[in-house]
Design a protein around this ligand. Structure first.
Ligand code: HEB
Length: 775
């Protein structure tokens, strides 16, 4: 194949050819709603938790420990120990997590599919190597050919981790489906730390593998590796934030490394990196500016200053960086490498291409004199020496200790010694005043570093696992941590069917308009996000700060509903029985829905109520929706249309496109808009569960008009009489071809029964998304 030809578009079989996505790149994409289905998964009806319980966990750990020092000819271990490499592998697996949307993280073993390895498909641009400390982009005159040279200069963060995973294969092979890749990548990092002398805080398994690259994660709008021209020009407010219409007002010069704002939901400073540029922002070796980027990116990973310093100082107590020679020796990433490479990439032409000649980041740093043993030496050296800017053999910026002796061992040659070295991002821990406070404290109190590092490491690996009921294995720590969003265990017998029937009656007798119960149940349950499994109805956190004050929850209406339900709760508990408000909120939704539909709605009790102390208000702020099309809340931003927010939310709720469709249609008929508006309530009998939304939406006698591309007016084609109003989140179901096809299903004359059944099933799914305790 000649270079420069895009093989996918050329092929006339196998899904080749120019696709809808090429013709209409801006079309609303539903593909993220049909990922990780049975069609991708080789295990049918596989219960990973059950398989994990039969795992010889200690045997596995023993094998992993032995692997650490079992250096292989094809990829020799530095210092005879793979520990550093495996820690970096685990850290990069977990470190893609970001708080804003709960996506990323190590929960699905996505590193196998390397989302950050996607092929660059933007011809005509060439990534030019670092010149004078800054990155530069240049349009390449020869057009398409240059796109294939990009990978030569690319510096995607996962270089060499393909080797780490391949080293693990014999062990994965041995234990088969009893240990997922997702769990194994992280556990291996844990075992690496333990094998180098630091007991960890614990480990929990329970992450079933995914089998295809996750498409839902926004990694940035740049089309070149290491670019960052979009993420900083859009700033915090570009995507979510306040949703201001004037995007330009927020344009910031991304080269202003001291004040730039990273757009949400991103947590990395460059396309293709997991965190920040180790050489400093945009390659500029400025430790204080580096601290600024680190604070932003680690903050987006849910880490505060103390956790951040502990993670970096702890992590870089181990291992080394790799930049034996110029980076242009490094070949294509796995995604672009030839079949004969068998999924390995970044082949290195420099000398032996491995061991002492390895090129990964292009930086050549070894932090401590004992890189395979836990110690406090990273911080000792950081403060003991003054640092001088030098270049790696590959020409990257790094720092060398002034006037130091050569006390650092070589990774392969016992007769060679090196000077202590650091990354610009390491110096940030000393030269940023806030980081300095923390790191000096750790310097003087090695025990505190060990404690803070092992805790932060545990959080890093488990942040996206959701409630404890998902955690598996013999090493689960007993201490409950605030970031788990804990809910109390149920301390009372569950309500039975008789209680449920009686409570439903009580609820409907409160005089509160039933639709409000439906809105509140939705508001409570729909905070769930599939990525990190936070949110949901359990805990009844909707009655606590910050959720009770969210605009989308209509605080006035919410407090009316909650106080009515508290009344029901009190009355019920005057007997010997107990019911949680969390259960009552969902039950009230069911009761109202039954009344509106005539169909019976399932209910599973067992939720409990969390306290405000068990609720990290800061971290719960990230769950507030900027827009929620299910409730017709929020609107487009200059970059994101309302319907894209709607699909994004459907994805967070792990809904399929048919579930999305039936829920929106049903919620509109039920009159459940957040503010009671009639947008999209395309029915003459609001409050009843009918398929009227679809019937009226598909009625060709209505003509729709808009003045602002956000709200629309529907008039009778013949008489001109005003019939309806609607939003983008309504009309997309008639406009988008696939959503229209689904709307036609529910708008057909034979569909009322199917519609009600499907709505109730989807509703029940949302109500129970966080009930991992039921499995
Ligand atoms: Fe790190 C390595 C950067 C954080 C752990 N690091 C590394 C390197 C670099 C870096 C560049 C090299 C690579 C090669 O091989 O070449 N980091 C960095 C940055 C940051 C970090 C920039 C932020 C600031 N780390 C981190 C953390 C951790 C770590 C957090 C954990 C915890 N690393 C690490 C390790 C290593 C590294 C262990 C080693 C590896 C080996 O040895 O191989």
């Amino acid at each position: 194949m000649a270079t420069g030809e895009c093989p996918i578009k050329k092929a006339n079989v196998g899904g080749g050819g120019t696709r809808n996505n090429d013709w209409w790149p801006d079309e609303l994409k539903l593909n993220i709603l049909r990922q990780h289905t049975a069609a991708t998964n080789p295990y049918k009806d596989f219960d990973y938790a059950a398989a994990f319980k039969t795992l010889d966990y200690n045997g596995l750990k023993k094998d992993l420990t032995a692997l650490m020092t079992d250096s292989q000819e094809w990829w020799p271990a530095d210092f005879g120990h793979y520990g550093g490499l495996f820690i970096r592998m685990a850290w990069h697996s977990a470190g893609t997590y970001r708080v804003n949307d709960g996506r990323g993280g190590g929960g699905g073993g996505q590193q196998r599919f390397a989302p950050l390895n996607r092929q660059v498909n933007f011809p005509g641009w060439q990534w030019l190597a670092r010149s004078s400390g800054t990155f530069s982009l240049q349009k390449h005159a020869s057009g398409i050919e240059s796109s294939l040279t990009i990978d030569i200069y690319s510096w995607p963060d996962n270089v060499s981790l393909d080797k780490a995973r391949r080293l693990l294969w014999p062990i994965k092979q041995k234990y088969g489906n009893k240990i997922s890749w997702a769990d194994l990548l992280l556990l291996t990092g844990n075992v690496a730390i333990e094998s180098m002398g630091l007991p960890t805080f614990g480990f929990a398994g329970g992450r079933p593998d995914q089998w295809e690259a996750e498409e839902s994660v926004y990694w940035g709008g740049e089309t070149t590796w290491l670019g960052n021209e979009v993420r900083y020009s859009e700033g915090n407010e570009g995507v979510k934030g306040s949703g201001v219409v004037d995007g330009d007002q927020h344009k910031k010069d991304h080269t202003d490394i001291h004040s730039r704002d990273l757009e949400e939901p991103l947590a990395s400073a460059h396309m293709g990196l997991i965190y920040v540029n180790p050489e400093g922002p945009d390659g500029v070796p400025d430790p204080v500016a580096s601290a600024r980027d680190i604070r932003t990116t680690f903050g987006r990973m849910a880490m505060n200053d103390e956790e951040t310093v502990a993670l970096i100082a702890g992590g870089h107590s181990f291992g080394k960086t790799h930049g034996a020679g110029p980076s242009d020796n490094v070949g294509k990433e796995p995604q672009a490498a030839g079949l004969e490479k068998q999924g390995l990439g970044w082949e290195n032409k420099f000398k032996s291409g491995k061991g002492p000649d390895t090129i990964t980041s292009g930086i050549e740093v070894i932090w401590t004199s004992t890189p395979t043993k836990w110690s406090n030496k990273y911080l000792e050296y950081l403060y003991k020496y003054e640092w001088e800017l030098t270049k790696s053999p590959a020409g990257a910026n790094q720092w060398t200790a002034k006037g130091a002796e050569a006390i650092i061992p070589d990774a392969f040659d016992p007769n060679k010694k090196h000077l202590p070295t650091m990354l610009t991002s390491d110096l940030a821990l000393r030269y940023d005043p806030a980081y300095e406070k923390v790191s000096r404290n750790f310097l003087e109190n090695p025990d505190k570093l060990a404690d803070a590092f092992t805790r932060a490491w545990f959080k890093l690996l488990h942040r996206d696992m959701g409630p404890r009921s998902r955690w598996l294995g013999p090493e689960i720590p007993s201490e409950v941590l605030i970031w788990e969003d804990p809910v109390p265990a149920a301390s009372h017998p569950l309500i039975d069917d008789n209680d449920i029937a009686a409570l439903k009656k009580e609820i409907l007798a409160t005089g509160v308009e039933p639709t409000k119960f439906i809105s509140t149940a939705w508001a409570s349950a729909s905070t769930f996000r599939g990525g990190d499994k936070r949110g949901g109805a359990n805990g009844a956190r909707i009655r606590l700060a910050p959720q009770k004050d969210w605009k989308v929850n209509n605080p006035k209406q919410l407090s009316e509903v909650l106080s009515a339900l508290e009344g029901v709760q009190k009355k019920f508990q005057s007997g010997s029985k107990k019911v949680s408000l969390a259960d009552l909120i969902v039950l009230a939704g069911s009761a109202a829905l039954e009344k509106a539909s005539g169909v019976s709605v399932p209910f599973t009790p067992g939720r409990t109520d969390a306290t405000q102390e068990q609720t990290d208000t800061e971290s719960f702020k990230h769950l507030e929706p900027y827009a929620d099309g299910f409730r017709n809340y929020g609107k487009s931003t200059p970059r994101v249309r309302s319907e894209q927010f709607l699909v994004d939310r459907a994805h967070l709720l792990t809904l399929t496109a048919p579930e999305l469709t039936v829920l929106v249609g049903g919620l509109r008929a039920l009159n459940a808009n957040y503010d009671g508006s009639s947008n999209g309530v395309l029915t003459k009998r609001p409050g009843q569960l009918t398929n009227d939304f679809f019937i009226n939406l598909l009625d060709s006698n209505t003509a729709w008009k808009t003045t602002d591309n956000e709200t629309y007016e529907g008039t009778d084609r013949k008489t001109g009489a005003k019939k309806w109003t609607a939003t983008r989140a309504d009309l997309v179901f008639g406009s988008h071809a696939e959503l229209r096809a689904l709307s036609e299903v529910y708008g057909s004359s034979d569909a009322q029964e199917k519609f009600a059944k499907d709505f109730v099933a989807a509703w029940d799914k949302v109500m129970n998304l966080d009930r991992f305790d039921l499995a």
